[in-house]
Ligand binder design. Structure first.
Ligand SMILES: [Zn+2]
Length: 382
């Protein structure tokens, strides 16, 4: 508890001290949006650094290795596994993936990870008992992770090629193995119980996943693999600076473009470019509306920083403002994923009971629950 309190106090201090360029509320006063695709991330979530286990794997690995979505287990030893389905979940925010990187005056690499480091990160997460789930399953409170394991969510902003691109081999399109998706796919083949999931926040009015294939082919490829596509506005605008018409054209326009590329696909979650939401009185236009006869609706809005988010059954869970944890950049910074891996205790995190139809929570945490969110699921307090 003391550690949790210390973390909270540190965050409050960082918020007040405004050590980053973002102002409280995620406003970023700097930055034009005219930059080329590759430099966008630098400006994009810069300033996010304000925000800145003993993991014991329960159960035997072999129980899960051949079964990425284990069937609900009938009985578990609660006192052995110690599930906590009211605990925190990390939604990780990735940006650029590169083969190698040299920091420069214009890019210190805070949003850059090398392919090799990403591979190592997957191994680390796996060994610490994390298992990938989709954002959709998280929002639906349909968390299918084996007993004793910890759900984690990956998100990718800006649609850069290092995240995913297609190459052509013998006339066929395939995932570039030197991309985040290529690496995740390979890791999944070797560790099927880790899972394969993630949401890509794209700006369909800009270059997206440049490489072989058409844009529609690239998006369909990801969707067919089980990944999700989310809204990041049509051209990566600062929503705080936008009026009603512009917000609708950018958020709805991105959905319209998506509907043209992949019929019937709804971009129903949104990651805020620059971490900035629209001004309060205009936020409803971000959450839903209609643009040129195309309806759009965002069930959740993801922020830029900086801490693990709440379980869907926690009182403080607010889908319209979910925090994310920054992926490790070229240099370690406080409150990035590696920092949290060192500082977030197992007790504070979401530990699965293995059964998506039951919500198991230590009795001491009962007050943190919003029972109306149980949605018919059986609550087990222990
Ligand atoms: Zn962005």
């Amino acid at each position: 508890m003391k550690k949790a309190l210390a973390i909270i106090l540190t965050m409050v201090f960082l918020l007040l001290s405004g050590c980053g360029k973002l102002q409280p509320g995620g406003r970023n006063s700097s930055g034009s949006n005219e930059d080329a695709n590759d430099s966008r991330e630098k400006i994009t979530e810069e300033g996010n650094d304000r925000a800145k286990e003993e993991t014991r794997e329960s159960g035997s690995e072999s129980d899960f290795s051949s079964n990425p979505s284990p069937a609900p287990s009938e009985t578990i030893d609660i006192y052995e596994i110690k599930p906590n389905e009211a605990g925190r979940v990390m939604i990780v925010m990735f940006h650029r993936f590169v083969e190698s990187f040299t920091p420069s005056a214009s890019d210190d690499g805070q949003f850059v990870i090398t392919f090799k480091d990403f591979e190592n990160l997957l191994e680390t997460l796996y060994n610490k008992g994390y298992r990938l789930i989709s954002l959709r399953d998280f929002l639906d409170n349909n968390i299918k992770v084996a007993p004793g394991f910890i759900p984690i969510i990956f998100t990718f902003d800006d649609g850069s090629s290092g995240q995913f691109n297609l190459i052509e081999e013998n006339g066929e399109l395939k995932v570039n193995p030197n991309s985040a998706v290529g690496i995740m796919e390979k890791f999944y083949k070797e560790h099927p119980d880790f899972g394969l999931a993630g949401t890509f926040y794209v700006n369909l009015g800009t270059n997206t996943f440049l490489g072989k294939g058409t844009l529609a082919e690239r998006l369909n490829y990801l969707i067919d693999m089980g990944f999700e596509i989310g809204n990041h506005t049509l051209t990566h605008i600062d929503l705080y600076e936008a009026g009603e018409e512009k917000i609708i054209a950018e958020v709805g326009g991105n959905q319209k473009k998506m509907s043209e590329l992949v019929a019937g696909y709804s971009l129903d979650t949104l990651a805020l470019p620059f971490g900035n939401n629209a001004r309060t009185e205009l936020q409803n236009f971000v959450y839903g509306g209609e643009y040129e006869d195309v309806e759009y609706h965002n069930r959740t809005v993801l922020r830029v920083g900086w801490n693990p988010t709440y379980s869907p059954v926690n009182k403080d869970f607010n889908p319209l403002s979910l925090n994310r944890v920054r992926a490790p950049g070229f240099f370690p910074v406080d409150f990035d994923l590696n920092w949290w891996l060192d500082n977030l205790s197992r007790e504070e995190q979401y530990i699965s009971d293995g059964n998506p139809d039951k919500i198991t929570v230590p009795a001491a945490l009962e007050d943190s629950l919003d029972k109306s969110r149980l949605d018919g699921k059986e609550l087990i307090l222990y």
